[in-house]
Design a protein around this ligand. Structure first.
Ligand code: AMP
Ligand code: MG
Length: 337
């Protein structure tokens, strides 16, 4: 079965990033490096979190760009080293392989705490305890379609209790395996945003972690961001307005998947069934911070347009756009133009 499996790990994500970035940056950074008035823009790119990370900063000419970028890469490295469930050196890997309570680094405790809280506010659609399922489907490897027995067993981990007290994660059994893939990039984008917000000389920035974007412009109220067409990798489905100081993220079934007998098995799992969610092809979310945008894009993808829009109908801080299986816009309160 795995012979037919088709992996598209980094490539499609990178395309999304490029499209988001080109549209955002070319239109709103006036070509990129020249900046406006007395300011200049500098952009740096790295591969981290298994995706492309691009940071653009605008500040006066004499601003110490190298020192600021060093601080940013340090922050991102700390988050990456804590959150990767599959790297045997990471704090999360050690936690997942322990059968008792564990003291973890501050950022990991905070991320797990947030992840647990969002399970309730998304009616269970977002659940960081999907780790065993993610491992079972083997999205990071060749891909594997589990049997019913395997699925039933992996679902047990989702119901087990986990709690965070200060910097201690309390586990009540050796399961579940926690997976922070659905929030790590958003968490890290906010951490970088906090650094950049604390530097008064910076007039504008755009943080892009694999399509998890947080941006601020002290001179203008908004950015326009392009969203990749879910079924046409080289086209955009449209663009939307991202208010300055806010964040956006897209969850799509094209970002990581394998195919068996023409069926696409992608990486966003419905915790109710343990299987890839089938209600849409992509969801773009605008939120007040990158963590919420990252989490709600995954959660609303799982819920689909009907349940998803019902969940956020009274939320003035969240906007979403849903795309159907053909990649066409179907519903939402985020205007796509
Ligand atoms: P993202 O990369 O933000 O689109 O999030 C997808 C990743 O989140 C997957 O690769 C899994 O690691 C994880 N994930 C998948 N389904 C869920 C879910 N229902 N709740 C929380 N995390 C999930
Ligand atoms: Mg996400």
């Amino acid at each position: 079965m795995n012979k037919n499996a088709k992996r598209t790990p980094l490539r499609t994500t990178a395309i999304l990033v490029v499209i988001l970035f080109i549209v955002a940056v070319l239109i709103y950074f006036g070509g990129g490096y020249h900046g406006r008035g007395r300011e200049v823009s500098e952009r740096r790119t790295r591969v981290m979190f298994d995706t492309s990370v691009q940071i653009t900063i605008e500040a006066p000419k004499d601003f110490d760009f190298p020192a600021t970028f060093t601080k940013i890469w340090e922050e991102l490295s700390v988050c990456e080293a804590a959150f990767d469930a599959y790297d045997s050196n990471s704090a999360l890997f050690k936690l997942n392989n322990s059968d008792s309570s564990v003291v973890v680094p501050e950022r990991l405790a905070k991320a797990i705490s947030a992840g647990l809280a969002y399970r309730d506010s998304t009616t269970g659609a977002f659940n960081i305890k999907v780790g065993e399922l993610v491992k079972l489907w083997d999205f990071a490897g060749d891909g594997h379609v589990p049997t019913e027995t395997e699925l039933t067993d992996a679902l047990i981990g989702l119901r087990s209790l986990t709690a965070v007290h200060g910097d201690t994660v309390v586990k009540y059994m050796d399961r579940p395996i926690i997976d922070l893939g659905g929030l790590g990039k958003g968490f890290a984008a906010d951490a970088v945003g906090a650094i950049l917000d604390s530097i008064p000389q910076i007039t504008r920035y755009l943080i892009d972690l694999g399509g998890n974007i947080r941006a601020r412009d002290k001179k203008s109220k908004e950015f326009r961001i392009g969203v990749r067409h879910p079924r046409k990798p080289d086209e955009i489905a449209g663009s939307f307005i991202l208010p300055s100081g806010c964040a956006c993220a897209t969850a799509g079934d094209y970002q990581r998947y394998f195919e068996v007998n023409g069926v696409r098995y992608h990486h966003i799992l419905d915790p109710a069934t343990g299987r890839p969610a089938r209600n849409c092809s992509a969801v773009t979310v605008v939120a007040s911070n990158a963590l919420a945008a990252d989490i709600y894009s995954t959660a609303l993808f799982v819920l689909g347009p009907d349940k998803g829009m019902r969940l956020i109908k009274n939320r003035t801080d969240l906007k979403a756009a849903f795309f159907d299986d053909n990649g066409e816009y179907i519903d939402g309160n985020l205007k796509i133009e």
